[in-house]
Write a protein that binds this ligand. Structure first.
Ligand SMILES: CC(C)(COP(=O)(O)OP(=O)(O)OC[C@H]1O[C@@H](n2cnc3c(N)ncnc32)[C@H](O)[C@@H]1OP(=O)(O)O)[C@@H](O)C(=O)NCCC(=O)NCCS
Length: 197
């Protein structure tokens, strides 16, 4: 797994083309600076941010920092957290993809949806595609996901994906539960999944 990531990091000077992914209802594409206004709307909602970081809505400045870090990480590695765009409307609905918190945890699945988009299976749809991309394209051997113990919606996504509870612990000072899925325990289902290069 680490070798796959290392190779990506070593290839920084190669021409960069971001893969996009299409699912039934979503397009997963790289974020752009122009997404700032839409991301600000999502990240300024206290309900969305309740279990993220300090549990407070992001200011515009914090969202800008977050967006910049997502874009830079994506450029550096060639993948990361994709912007989720509704195919029907083109609206930005959140993000889903990978982040890299610590060596101990490894590659983490991360997702966030605007409040109005909860309850439709969109996070699970996007995350399923990300798992497939992670295992098939990136050659990851396992993928983790962390959340606050009381974030039951997030735990629901992990469970729908077939991830298994590993342990409770602390991550960057916050209590959390850790789930994981290994390559050998995963198989693609019949959902719409198309990688666009
Ligand atoms: C975590 C989060 C992405 C989960 O969103 P979600 O909409 O609950 O998750 P899913 O997309 O899997 O949707 C599941 C729900 O959609 C329903 N659903 C409707 N149509 C569906 C479909 N076609 N497929 C699957 N589920 C469907 C399910 O029954 C379930 O309903 P329920 O909420 O009544 O149980 C969302 O709560 C969020 O953005 N939270 C804030 C950010 C956050 O905490 N992120 C995690 C940080 S670790």
């Amino acid at each position: 797994m680490l070798a796959a990531l290392q190779n990506r990091d070593d290839a920084q000077s190669a021409p960069f083309v971001a893969d996009e992914i299409e699912t039934s209802r979503l397009r997963l594409r790289m974020f752009a600076p122009e997404d700032l206004d839409d991301l600000c709307v999502i990240a300024s909602d206290p309900e969305v941010m309740r279990f993220i970081g300090r549990g407070l809505p992001f200011t515009r400045e914090e969202t800008l920092l977050n967006l910049t870090s997502i874009i830079n990480a994506f450029r550096r590695r060639g993948f990361g957290r994709w912007a989720l765009v509704r195919k029907e409307t083109g609206a930005l609905t959140g993000y889903c993809g990978f982040s890299f918190g610590s060596e101990e945890v490894g590659v983490e699945l991360a997702y966030m949806l605007s409040r109005g988009e909860w309850g439709q299976g969109l996070a699970t749809e996007a995350a399923r595609a990300c798992l497939r991309y992670g295992f098939e394209r990136l050659g990851l051997s396992s993928i983790a996901a962390l959340t606050r113990p009381e974030n039951f919606r997030s735990r629901g996504v992990m469970e729908r994906l077939g991830m298994t509870y590993v342990r409770a612990g602390h991550h960057f000072g916050y209590s959390c539960v850790c789930y994981s899925i290994a390559r050998g325990d995963w198989q693609p289902d019949g959902s719409v999944y198309r990688v666009i290069r």
